[in-house]
Design a protein around this ligand. Structure first.
Ligand SMILES: Cc1cc2nc3c(=O)[nH]c(=O)nc-3n(C[C@H](O)[C@H](O)[C@H](O)COP(=O)(O)OP(=O)(O)OC[C@H]3O[C@@H](n4cnc5c(N)ncnc54)[C@H](O)[C@@H]3O)c2cc1C
Length: 231
C-alpha cells in the first residue's frame, strides 16, 4: 500500500506507468527501499498539473500522489529491499543516456556559433577574427571533445556490463556544467541576437541549467566522486 508523493517527475502528467521507489521501513535506510511498477489506472494513484519550468519545455513534468494505492506483488521489481541497488545501477545508464543528447546539442550549438562568428561583421571584419570571440569558440570545442571522451568511456563500460559509478558521476558533473558554460558563450557570441528567443540560442542555455539539477545535482556528483576516492 503506497502513501506519499513525489515532485519533479519527468512525464508524470502523461505517464501510463510509474517506476516508484518506496520504503517499507525508514529505519532500514537504503536497504528498506523497494521498487514497484505502478499503473496509472491503480486506485489511489493521481498526478498534479503540468508545472511550467525554465527550460526543457517540450517535456511535461509534475507531481505524483499515492493515497492508499494498492500495488500487487506481481508489480514489485525484485525482492523487498532491492530497490537501492536497482536505482544505483540504472542511474549509471541514466546519467549516460541523458547526457548523450546534451552532447549532440553542444555539437550543433558549436556549428551554429562558428557559422555566426564567420558571417556577422563588425568594424570591417567577421567577429570570429576578434580573439575574444575565437577564444570562446576554442573553449566550446575543448569542452565538447573532452566531455565526449568521458561519455564514451561510460558507454564503453556499460556495454561491457561493468560498474561505472565514478565515471558516470565525472561525466554527469563535467558535461552538464560544460553545456551551461558553452550555452552562455554561445549567447555572448551572438550578442543581442543571442538574447532573442527567435534564434533559439537562449533556449539551449535554459535547457542546460536543468542538466546540473536532474539525475543528481552537481554537488551530489562531487560527493559521489569524493566517496569513490576514499574520502
Ligand atoms: C528538469 C528536471 C527533471 C527531473 N526529473 C525527475 C524525474 O524524472 N524523477 C525524479 O525522481 N526526479 C526528477 N527530478 C528531480 C531532481 O532529481 C531533483 O530536483 C534533484 O535531485 C535535486 O533535489 P531537490 O530538488 O530536492 O533539491 P535539494 O536536495 O533540496 O537541493 C538543494 C541544494 O542543496 C544541495 N544539496 C542537497 N543535498 C546535498 C548534499 N548531500 N551535499 C551537497 N549539496 C547538497 C543541492 O546540490 C542543491 O544545490 C527532476 C528535476 C529537474 C529539474
Amino acid at each position: 500500500m503506497l502513501n506519499g508523493s513525489k515532485k519533479f517527475v519527468t512525464c508524470a502528467p502523461i505517464c501510463d506507468l510509474a517506476l516508484v521507489f518506496a520504503t517499507v521501513d525508514p529505519s532500514l535506510g537504503k536497504w528498506g527501499v523497494t521498487a514497484f511498477l505502478v499503473e496509472r489506472s491503480s486506485d489511489g494513484f493521481s498526478t498534479g498539473p503540468v508545472k511550467d519550468k525554465m527550460g526543457l519545455r517540450t517535456v511535461p513534468f509534475g507531481e505524483i500522489f499515492f493515497e492508499n494505492c494498492f500495488v500487487p506483488e506481481a508489480n514489485r521489481l525484485g525482492p523487498e529491499g532491492a530497490g537501492f541497488s536497482f536505482s544505483h545501477n540504472s542511474l549509471e545508464y541514466d546519467r549516460c543516456f541523458n547526457l548523450a543528447s546534451e552532447l549532440g546539442t553542444m555539437e550543433r550549438q558549436l556549428e551554429k556559433t562558428i557559422a555566426y562568428a564567420k558571417s556577422r561583421e563588425q568594424y570591417g571584419q567577421p567577429i570570429g577574427k576578434f580573439q575574444s570571440v575565437s577564444n570562446r569558440v576554442a573553449d566550446m570545442k575543448l569542452r565538447l571533445e573532452t566531455a565526449r571522451l568521458l561519455l564514451y568511456k561510460v558507454a564503453w563500460l556499460k556495454e561491457r556490463e561493468q560498474p561505472a559509478m565514478l565515471e558516470a558521476a565525472l561525466l554527469k558533473l563535467y558535461l552538464s556544467e560544460c553545456f551551461v558554460a558553452s550555452g552562455l558563450d554561445s549567447v555572448r557570441i551572438h550578442g543581442g541576437n543571442g538574447y532573442l528567443t527567435e534564434y533559439e540560442i537562449e533556449r539551449d542555455l535554459r535547457d542546460a541549467i536543468g542538466g546540473v539539477i536532474y539525475a543528481g545535482t552537481s554537488d551530489i556528483q562531487r560527493n559521489i566522486i569524493a566517496r569513490s576516492l576514499g574520502l
